[in-house]
Design a binder for this molecule. Structure first.
Ligand SMILES: Cc1cc2nc3c(=O)[nH]c(=O)nc-3n(C[C@H](O)[C@H](O)[C@H](O)COP(=O)(O)O)c2cc1C
Length: 224
């Protein structure tokens, strides 16, 4: 058994009730401006911004603090082209029928199709991998716990960090995603989890009206 040691909490900041209300409202106002964008500009974004956002995602809570994630930030035009070609090949089969009618119907209002030019145009693609085995230290091979939940939270924090930094994102989940492991040269015990496209929006960027329809507080919550 490892020793159980603690440190005093030294970085908590308490706000007045008034300030807390103002801040929570400001967070909502800011996050309401986050939209999945499918038209990206090819303007570059400094690597430091992406590094900071990945560092922010890496602070996420995780089962037993094993941090079962790995982020591959792709900037190389050659590798982005490889991702686009592989993703479009899979997506073509998906839209040609493999998805099934119900799924394709659900996607119709978003106007998505098999063409993914943003995989090449956007400055950054961030491929997120989940790890079944690991530990609090790199190289350990213990069982990881709540992997899906932990990586989902880290991904949400990554998207939030990118948004708060002034970028737009798209959450992309080509099916299957296994090609990402090969292109990103990741080990067999990691699974591709999600692909986040990040950059500036194109000046012609649009948002599907369907996506703006968010459930109300009453719809999504119960206070007891
Ligand atoms: C797990 C997940 C997978 C998604 N996969 C795709 C995808 O493969 N392609 C795509 O265009 N959008 C994808 N989206 C984006 C959703 O369509 C989008 O979040 C939804 O329409 C709501 O729009 P908003 O993000 O602007 O609020 C995905 C979102 C999530 C959370």
């Amino acid at each position: 058994m490892k020793p159980h040691t603690n440190q005093p909490l030294s970085d908590y900041i308490e706000f007045s009730i008034e300030e807390m209300i103002t801040r929570s409202a400001a967070v909502y106002t800011s996050l309401k401006r986050r939209h999945s964008i499918r038209q990206f500009s090819d303007r570059d974004v400094p690597k430091t911004v992406i590094e900071n956002c990945i560092k922010a995602a890496g602070t996420a809570p995780s089962g037993a603090n094993h941090q079962p994630w790995h982020f591959v930030a792709i900037h190389s035009p050659k590798i982005k082209r490889e991702v686009r070609e592989a993703a479009e090949a899979h997506e073509q089969r998906f839209y040609d029928g493999r998805a099934g009618d119900e799924w394709l119907d659900a996607l119709k209002p978003l106007g998505t199709d098999a063409q993914k030019p943003y995989l090449e145009h956007a400055p950054w693609l961030i491929a997120i991998f989940s790890q079944k085995k690991g530990g609090v230290n790199v190289g350990e091979k213990h069982t990881n716990y709540y992997v899906h939940e932990s990586v989902g939270i880290a991904t949400g924090m990554l998207i939030t960090a990118l948004h708060e930094s002034g970028l737009v994102t798209l959450t992309h989940t080509p099916k299957p995603m296994t090609f990402l492991s090969k292109i990103c040269n990741r080990p067999d015990d990691e699974r591709p989890y999600m692909l986040i496209i990040a950059g500036y929006p194109s000046v012609h960027a649009t948002v599907p009206e369907h996506a703006l329809n968010k459930k109300s507080l009453d719809d999504i919550s119960t206070f007891l």
